[in-house]
Design a protein around this ligand. Structure first.
Ligand SMILES: Cc1cc2nc3c(=O)[nH]c(=O)nc-3n(C[C@H](O)[C@H](O)[C@H](O)COP(=O)(O)OP(=O)(O)OC[C@H]3O[C@@H](n4cnc5c(N)ncnc54)[C@H](O)[C@@H]3O)c2cc1C
Length: 389
């Protein structure tokens, strides 16, 4: 049993309706194919376009580009997709949070008009190029450079692990690059690089432990020229802008975690009743029943943290610490829940064809992407006034 406005103070009847619609779509269009996409490493572009037609990519953006929904609605949509397939959930999370959001938040009118209609309609996807081969948690150590030559930026460097950057519908990647300053105090700016720009090369997809149906590539930039007007926001503010984007992203990643924990509870409960050993259902053993009860406890806590953080976002209140807390707790709980569910399913949990096994593999990245668990602990400790470095 999930949650609804009848049991959660954060939810309204509109949230319930959205949840029902996304759950129905996920059951009909994603569930039947998710195992095959995982096995074949397929990015299902047709289904992503259908998610666009359903309006999912436009949820939190104001009209005329989006539907003026709240951030909590986006989290609910991500949660419901994540209950069925983490790859499609991250495709939505990254498409909205990392692709469209930087342009909606920091773009000028011209940039918004050019890029947002297709990004918000889910006809196009944008990538967020922060991480580099030698700069992940320490993303301020970016080595990619952009030099202004006449009325063009000339970009050179590499980005690593960029989601949605090489799909057939990727329209742009926003990258951070050093545009000046000293090595010790670089000036970092954000620049929009349209897909297909000469000198912008998308590397072959990574072979990953999970998220097989999500698109992830390394990117290289070799004397890649884009107009000076592709600067996003203010020169020198690129890193700060990206960190702001990541605060919301962390809440959304935590929503993926809630989705997968809910699925673990659902599947494990059914299996604990159906599977018999020694002449009785395995759920008659406290060792199994208590494991599932513990999953439910972590689910309730994670969901509450995510909805509370999203509620703060929607009220324009500070939420940096709450986002880090939600991400840290929910993603670590997801790893624990998927491990437990695999145990409840015994040998069948280890077989690739069961969703349990896929969820176990998919969950691990949640405590790495958009800031590792260690980075979340740093954010929380700093917020408490502890001088951790
Ligand atoms: C599938 C996938 C999709 C991704 N999508 C994107 C994307 O779309 N855009 C993007 O920009 N990036 C993306 N990333 C990158 C991701 O955000 C980084 O991998 C992550 O931030 C960690 O960086 P790193 O891999 O360089 O690890 P490192 O920073 O090298 O960290 C290695 C380990 O050391 C720990 N560590 C590092 N510094 C400290 C410290 N000071 N204190 C304590 N522990 C520390 C880390 O927590 C980690 O456990 C993606 C990654 C993957 C795998």
């Amino acid at each position: 049993m999930s949650t609804s406005s009848a049991t959660s103070p954060f939810l309204t009847a509109e949230h319930d309706g959205l949840r029902e619609m996304v759950a129905d779509f996920a059951a009909k269009r994603i569930e039947p194919a998710a195992e095959e996409w995982d096995r074949e490493h397929t990015f299902p572009v047709d289904v992503v376009l259908e998610m666009g037609e359903l309006g999912l990519f436009g949820i939190p953006f104001p009209e005329p580009y989006g539907f003026g929904g709240d951030f909590l609605s986006l989290c609910i949509a991500i949660e419901e997709l994540g209950r069925v397939d983490q790859s499609m959930a991250i495709t939505l999370e990254a498409g909205v949070g990392l692709g469209a959001n930087p342009i909606a938040k920091f773009g000028n009118e011209e940039q918004r008009e050019r890029w947002l209609p297709d990004l918000c309609a889910g006809k196009a996807l944008g990538g967020f190029g922060l991480t580099e081969p030698d700069a992940g948690s320490d993303a301020g150590g970016t080595r990619t450079t952009a030099r202004l030559e006449g009325d063009e930026w000339v970009i050179n460097g590499e980005k690593a692990f960029i989601t949605n950057s090489g799909t057939p519908i990727t329209s742009l990647v926003t990258v951070t690059a050093r545009t000046g300053g000293e090595q010790s105090a670089p000036e970092i700016s954000a620049i929009i690089v349209p897909a297909g720009t000469p000198g912008f090369e998308v590397q072959p997809p990574y072979r990953k432990m999970g998220w097989h149906a999500s698109d992830t590539h390394g990117l290289t930039f070799t004397d890649c020229r884009v107009p000076a007007g592709n600067l996003l926001g203010s020169r020198g503010r690129g890193f700060a802008q990206f960190l702001e984007i990541l605060d919301e992203g962390r809440v959304a990643i935590a929503a993926l975690a809630v989705g997968v924990i809910q699925r673990c509870v659902d599947d494990s409960t059914v299996y604990a009743n159906e599977r018999t050993t020694f002449g009785r259902p395995i759920g008659a053993n406290q060792a199994v029943a208590f494991r599932i009860a513990d999953m439910q406890v972590s689910l309730d806590a994670a969901r509450h943290l995510v909805y509370h953080a999203a509620w703060l976002v929607d009220r324009g209140q500070p939420f940096k610490r709450e986002a880090a807390v939600a991400k840290l707790f929910a993603t670590e709980a997801a790893i624990s829940a998927t491990r437990s569910a695999t145990q409840v399913f015994g040998g069948y949990g280890f077989i690739d064809e069961t969703p349990v096994s896929r969820h176990y593999r998919d969950a691990k990245i949640l405590e790495i992407g958009e800031g590792t668990s260690e980075v979340q602990r740093m954010v929380i400790a700093r917020d408490l006034g502890i001088p951790v470095r």
